[in-house]
Design a protein around this ligand. Structure first.
Ligand SMILES: *Cc1c(COP(=O)(O)O)cnc(C)c1O
Length: 429
């Protein structure tokens, strides 16, 4: 299938090209030219399939014959080789846990799929640089997914002092082909630097630049797959009453969920749950896009005031003739986040700030007869300091994190200044 640039409909590229390029001209995002839809009986069959088969079918539908389905299926098996789980919270609410991968966040799905797809697409002597900004979890997922892939240099920018110490340990201790830079600024300033680098044609060509942010279409498509698994856990009679609450920052996860719905997956409605960085909630009310300065919250991976994927969501609603007002979007304060973490702990479920925000809105907005699922996007131990403070007792630390705690950080440090970043990128080819 072809993908077009949201800023220029005439710029249409193949899937491989979209993956390699990351973004189109004018910083436009790529979007699928067709929005395929499975018949209800097809969907029924897919919900009976195992995760790998169902995912391969979804991805082949978008990618088409550009990559033979046999290879897609191999890449899927390699990328999604870790468990997903479902935890029942109450009669009508469940948590769908996506954080059992190598870096304990849902971003392992997109990060690993993208890495394996790229290494399939790249010619043996083709060298590229992945430049990506992270609000905390993308960095780790991307770093681990690309670690030791020799023709790929990875440079990750993150806001200095604004990610949890364990998030930092997970990806700033690897070395090798992974370079990390802590930036004096917010995630939005890191994202702006990445965009600037992409706009610099000369730089882009010299270092063969690519991005692994959720703006990369391969990450987005990979994330559609687990939504089908989520519905599997719901008893058949409740499947058309499902409300999915998605902790949202850059809105990539939500975009993937909405794409799953366009494929025919029965989801009654979505809740986009954010922290007080509430650009989208305000936009849905007054139709004005007015990002404020990003504020720091407990749910740092969602401290984003200019969500990059929003144009894709608007395009999707426009093309499907859906009404944006049917999307519930609301924000949750740190106080309410803490309250929800404690409330979940009382029921016996240890959560963390991102999922707790999604739970909080689900609990408040679920209507009679509906079944609510919130996405567990990260392991609570990644936010150990805060969660322990909120709950008042120590958390269990899984081995993926425990192994990294003692390793020294290897990050570089830069001001949020593009010429400095440019030098950095050029001086180390
Ligand atoms: C990245 C992230 C989010 C936000 O996902 P988006 O796709 O950017 O909306 C939510 N929770 C956690 C733990 C994350 O790492």
């Amino acid at each position: 299938m072809k993908f077009y640039n949201l800023e220029d409909y005439n710029e249409q590229v193949s899937f491989s090209q979209a993956v390699k390029q990351g973004m189109g001209t004018k910083q436009g995002l790529f979007f699928p030219l067709e929005l395929p839809e499975f018949s209800p009986s097809n969907i029924y069959d897919m919900l009976e399939m195992d995760f790998f088969s169902c995912s391969s079918k979804i991805l082949s539908t978008y990618i088409g014959n550009e990559i033979p389905s046999y290879h897609i299926s191999e890449i899927v098996k390699k990328s999604f080789s870790f468990p997903i789980s479902f935890v029942e919270i109450s009669d009508n609410i469940g948590c769908f846990e996506l954080f059992h991968g190598p870096t304990l966040a849902f971003k392992d799905f997109g990060g690993r799929f993208m890495a394996n797809i790229l290494s399939y697409i790249l010619k043996p002597n083709e060298k590229i640089t992945i430049l990506t900004a992270t609000s905390g979890d993308t960095g780790a997922a991307v770093a681990h997914a690309f670690y030791n892939m020799n023709n790929i240099r990875v440079v990750i920018l993150y806001p200095r002092g604004k990610i949890s110490p364990l998030q930092e340990k997970l990806f700033c201790t690897l070395g090798g082909n992974i370079e990390t830079i802590s930036i004096d600024g917010s995630f939005d300033s890191c994202q702006a630097l990445v965009k600037e680098a992409f706009n610099d044609k000369k730089l882009k060509n010299i270092i063969n630049l690519n991005s692994a942010n959720s703006i990369n279409i391969s990450r987005l498509l990979a994330q559609i797959c687990y939504y089908f698994q989520a519905i599997k856990y719901i008893p058949k009679e409740k499947r058309n009453k499902v409300v999915l609450s998605v902790p949202s920052g850059n809105f990539g996860n939500l975009t993937a969920g909405l794409l799953a719905k366009t494929l025919g997956l029965p989801v009654k409605r979505f809740i986009a749950a954010t922290n007080l960085n509430d650009t989208v909630s305000r936009f849905l009310i007054n139709k004005k896009w007015q990002p404020k300065t990003t504020i720091t919250t407990l749910s740092n991976a969602m401290d984003i005031s200019q969500p990059n994927n929003w144009p894709r969501i608007e395009e999707l609603f426009r093309r499907k003739l859906w009404c944006l007002n049917d999307l519930t979007c609301d924000s949750v304060s740190d106080e309410n986040t803490k309250f929800s973490i404690r409330q979940l702990a009382e029921i016996g479920y240890i959560s963390e700030p991102h999922a707790a925000i999604a739970y909080s809105l689900l609990r408040d907005k679920l209507q009679k007869g509906e079944y609510g699922l919130f996405l567990g996007t990260a392991h609570p131990a990644k936010f150990k300091e805060n969660v322990e403070k909120i709950l008042g007792y120590p958390l269990f630390i899984p081995k993926e994190l425990a192994n990294r705690i003692k390793l020294p950080l290897m990050s570089n440090y830069l001001k949020a200044d593009f010429p400095k970043l440019r030098d950095f990128l050029l001086n180390r080819i």
